[in-house]
Design a protein around this ligand. Structure first.
Ligand SMILES: *Cc1c(COP(=O)(O)O)cnc(C)c1O
Length: 342
């Protein structure tokens, strides 16, 4: 199906949040399951000695940008009269699907690895979702959910393409908030790539609609302790290697086997971007710095900002955009541990 051209004159400023782009979305606003998500502020901040636009994606109803995908996915499920969904997540996507399922009165089972942070587990359960803790890692969790999904609707942020139809609005918002100027570089987290791939779809749509004149370079950030994509990209591999992983503060991007890994490398190539890794110490000092400037963000979010600061040395560019991806209130135990140790 040929996508309709994006027309800035068709923006519905009377719709809440990201639903202002309903003409470019696969679900009508009249069918929206919405909690008022999106159109997050873009703040012009000085970070690492340079001014950059930082999208405040920690300010979503459930505390992370996953709401972009969840609102579209669950609106579609509601419209199709789906009664029950299953999903697996290392935390934030589970929170988002659980919240929109609650709003839509759809029951859901959320599979999580047993080491998921307590705040996220509580949030998922308070929304009324059925929480299933899987003994094992993130991959084992996905396996269990896939099995269950053979008998019900799989509301996966990784597999279901409707999720990216939501996250693509991140690109629309960036360009609209810059008065339809395209930034030179966008620095993003790279775990399963739901934001990276969605943002690419959005920018590409704007380019093909002649709203912008080029794609921004996409810079994808991984934690040094779990960086399969960085290794594949750097060594020009044609498959994603099995790598040694170590625990990281950036739990949200600790994905050892990203299902769409090759697509993620491809979109970074398409934009002449790059992959970078950040160390645990860089994540920690960046987190402390952000918090001490008033931005209470998840440790995972600090990995992206640490990567942004690193990226300055690699690319000559004028307009930079990045984001705070998740809220600090998601990670109270980690914050307490940091306070106790430093
Ligand atoms: C999901 C998430 C990410 C990484 O997103 P991927 O889609 O796995 O690449 C980064 N930060 C936060 C807070 C997240 O919830």
């Amino acid at each position: 199906m040929e996508a309709q051209k994006f027309n800035p004159l068709e923006i519905r400023t009377n719709h809440p949040g990201l639903w202002r782009y309903s003409d470019a979305l696969p679900v009508d606003f009249s069918d929206a399951i919405t909690l008022g998500e999106g159109f997050t502020p873009s703040l012009y901040l000085k970070i690492g000695g340079r001014h950059v636009y930082i999208k405040q994606e920690q300010l979503f109803p459930t505390g992370s940008y996953k709401d972009r995908g969840a609102t579209i996915l669950m609106s579609d499920a509601h419209k199709k009269r789906v009664k029950h969904v299953v999903q697996d997540s290392s935390g934030n996507a589970g929170c988002a699907i659980a919240a929109y399922a609650a709003k839509a009165k759809i029951s859901c089972d959320i599979y999580v690895p047993e080491d998921t942070s307590a705040a996220k587990l509580a949030q998922i359960q308070m929304y009324g979702a059925n929480l299933i803790k899987v003994a094992g890692n993130r991959e084992k969790t996905a396996e269990m959910a896939l099995l269950a999904a053979q008998k019900s609707y799989y509301a996966s942020h990784c597999y279901n393409p409707l999720f990216l139809e939501g996250t693509k609005t991140f690109a629309y918002e960036i360009c609209e908030q810059l008065n339809w100027k395209v930034p030179d570089v966008v620095v993003l987290p790279a775990g399963n790539g739901t934001l990276l791939l969605g943002a690419y779809i959005g920018f590409k749509h704007l380019l093909e609609s002649h709203v912008i004149s080029k794609l921004p370079k996409l810079v994808a950030i991984q934690a040094e302790n779990c960086a399969p994509l960085y290794h594949a990209w750097k060594n020009k591999l044609t498959s994603i290697p099995i790598i040694d992983t170590h625990p990281t503060l950036a739990e949200g991007i600790a994905i050892a086997k990203p299902y769409k890994g090759l697509d993620m490398i491809d979109v970074v190539h398409q934009t002449n971007g790059l992959f970078l890794t950040v160390s645990e110490n860089e994540i920690l000092t960046t987190l402390q710095d952000c918090c001490r400037n008033g931005y209470y963000i998840e440790p995972t979010s600090a990995a992206t900002i640490a990567g942004l600061i690193k990226a300055y040395a690699y690319l000559e560019a004028e307009t930079w955009v990045s984001l705070f991806s998740g809220h600090g209130l998601k990670s109270t135990e980690k914050m307490l541990a940091i306070l106790a140790n430093h």
